[in-house]
Ligand binder design. Structure first.
Ligand code: SF4
Length: 288
């Protein structure tokens, strides 16, 4: 499937973020070639055709490093999330280096930075990632390569992502594993969840978890895959994923229990969506 690349000029680099633990978001690209079928970043578009073409276009914000270097001098300090609606280390980054140039700016200022990616390309920039001020998280929905290929078609393998947190942890950088989205009857079984938790345990990372988010266009994007894998599931998803549903209560308990058994720190990515599961999670700040 071909990807259409273009360059755009942006007007701001840092946007206010409402995500837990983040004050700003920094997104060097619009769109994401990784093309995860569950990605809810596509909901930023009103246009259905554009939203459903997510993964097949990438717009590079060519002037973002220069804008960032000006903005950062006048903004109040706060955690910068890199990135929140794109992957800062998607394939085009290897060629353009926009994220790297932003990191070069950030490394010269005292803002805390939280990097989230699915790509081992982030290891290229390890020289700029300052222990104590930067943290690095990888999203791993499953350690099953075949399933990952179906739902995250152009993302690096789960094993490559696991190596990212292991490498950064060995360098003294705080790391975390984002287990999400958890999709009912796809990656919500205990063995699958355990394999992801094991990555967090090995690397000493915190684990954050989240359920499938059915924002605009997501159901339509994921429906063909679900129909193939679990006929009829599409119709049941909305009730399973309602906040406080029995389903999500059970999965939250499962994740928290499996983490507790392995002494892995664990928290829901969005505490307000979570069910009341006894845990120590409120003791640590939530990133996203
Ligand atoms: S890597 Fe992240 S931003 Fe990119 S398509 Fe997947 S979920 Fe969306």
């Amino acid at each position: 499937m071909s990807v259409e690349y273009s360059s755009i000029t942006c007007r701001t680099a840092l946007s206010p973020s409402k995500l837990p633990g983040l004050k700003y978001s920094l997104n060097p690209y619009v769109g994401c070639e990784h093309g995860c079928i569950y990605c809810y970043s596509r909901s930023i578009f009103r246009d259905r055709e554009l939203a459903l073409r997510w993964g097949r276009f990438v717009r590079a914000k060519q002037n973002i490093p220069e804008l960032l270097s000006r903005e950062i001098k006048r903004k109040p300090k706060g955690v910068i999330g890199l990135s929140t609606i794109t992957d800062p280390y998607q394939p085009l980054e290897a060629k353009l280096g926009l994220t790297r140039r932003c990191l070069e700016v950030l490394s010269r200022h005292e803002f805390p930075v939280s990097i989230q990616t699915k790509s081992d390309l982030v290891l290229r920039d390890a020289d700029l990632v300052k222990p104590g001020r930067f943290d690095v998280g990888v999203t791993i929905t499953t350690m099953d390569e075949d399933l990952a290929r179906k739902i995250e078609p152009k993302s690096p393998s789960p094993d490559a992502r696991a190596q990212v947190v292991e490498e950064f942890a060995s360098r003294g950088v705080e790391t975390w594993v984002f287990l999400g989205p958890i999709i009912p009857e796809i990656n919500d079984d205990a063995p699958s969840i355990e394999r992801v938790i094991e990555v967090a345990r090995r690397s000493g990372s915190k684990l954050m978890y989240d359920k499938l988010n059915l924002r605009a266009w997501v159901l339509e994007s994921i429906a063909p895959f679900l129909e193939e894998e679990r006929p009829g599931l599409v119709d049941r998803l909305p009730s399973l994923l309602t906040a406080g549903s029995d389903y999500w209560r059970r999965i939250s308990s499962l994740v928290e229990g499996l983490c507790a058994e392995r002494a892995v720190r664990c928290e829901p990515a969005f505490p307000s969506w979570a069910c009341e599961v006894p845990s120590k999670r409120q003791a640590t700040p939530s990133k996203r």
